[in-house]
Design a protein around this ligand. Structure first.
Ligand code: GUN
Length: 298
């Protein structure tokens, strides 16, 4: 049971629903003016259960707001050249607004090569170097969905990062690095530290954080002793841990030990029901943007 002194939850379900409602209204307006619905093409290579679940979630969300989707399911043994051919086909297809290649890809495929091949104007993941470069320069086009979702969670909860010591644990190209850039922008004005697996005395950094973002992919490794009293804690982790008491045999936990950290934090995101839902919602926003870009190129 939460104590009255516990952190307020940042509820991803409510915030993501608000984003979906906004995207749905914008798409209704878009189609009512005679345009076709935005179209997202997803590519899934192999049968990673987590990736399959993500792609199913994306299809469901898209259908709900009026985005049309197709998913190309390719065999795990697909050759890199064949995947590149498919990406090039989608790049050239005028009916495709957004392209999403689900990561991770099998080991024999070089992820960078595939990401680089996606037409940057259709790159709704925002992973292409052109889009990452624009983000770093401070004039983003597509913002990667997870950091975009985190920034939206903060602004929709009236949490202003200005002047905060923000500590991000995790330096991935998908979350840590783009989020650091977003928090550094003059619209956010946080002071940013990015920690990683080789950081010495990680807890000394995390204990300074007014805003702590855990994106290291390790179950429940941020405990209460690593968190400053009154911090805002954003948990990006989605880790499966075995649990024979559940029907699926596992449950999802974040990178934060929620029960241990909640009494110390001012605000905290739960897992599930937190950042993951916002990530999905921001992809919808990026797909709408892709359709708008197609209709009126920059
Ligand atoms: N794998 C984990 N997160 C993501 C994401 O946001 N986009 C894609 N394409 N793959 C992922």
């Amino acid at each position: 049971m939460p104590d009255s002194s516990d952190a307020d939850l940042i509820d991803g379900r409510v915030l993501a629903q608000a984003v979906r409602d906004e995207v749905q209204s914008a798409i209704e307006e878009w189609t009512q003016s005679g345009r076709r619905a935005p179209f997202l093409s997803a590519v899934l290579v192999g049968d990673n259960p987590a990736s399959e679940a993500y792609v199913r979630g994306k299809e469901k969300d898209a259908a709900e707001v009026g985005i049309e989707t197709e998913t190309h399911h390719l065999d795990a043994a697909t050759l890199q050249g064949d995947l590149l051919d498919l990406v090039n086909e989608l790049n050239a297809d005028p009916s495709v607004d957004g392209i999403l290649v689900q990561l991770p890809l099998p080991d024999h495929i070089d992820e960078q090569t595939i990401i680089d091949a996606v037409d940057p104007s259709k790159d709704v993941d925002g992973f292409h170097p052109e889009n990452l470069g624009r983000l770093m320069r401070g004039s983003p086009r597509y913002i990667p969905a997870t950091p975009y979702g985190i920034m939206q969670m903060l602004s929709r909860c009236d949490i202003d990062p200005e002047g905060m010591d923000a500590v991000i644990v995790g330096r991935s190209n998908i979350v840590g690095k783009p989020l650091a850039n977003l928090l550094l922008r003059r619209t956010a004005n946080a002071t940013v530290t990015v920690c990683h697996s080789r950081t010495q005395d990680l807890a000394a950094h995390t204990r300074r954080a007014d805003l702590l973002v855990a994106a290291a992919g390790q179950a429940a490794f941020i405990d209460g002793g690593m968190v400053k009293e009154g911090a805002v804690v954003i948990d990006v982790g989605i880790n499966r841990v075995e649990d024979s008491s559940t029907e699926r045999g596992y449950r999802l936990v974040g990178d934060v030990d929620f029960d241990d950290v909640r009494p110390r934090a001012a605000r905290i995101t739960p897992v599930p029901g937190g950042v993951g839902l916002m990530t999905r919602a921001m992809l919808l926003k990026n797909t709408l943007k892709a359709a708008q870009l197609r209709a009126a190129p920059e």
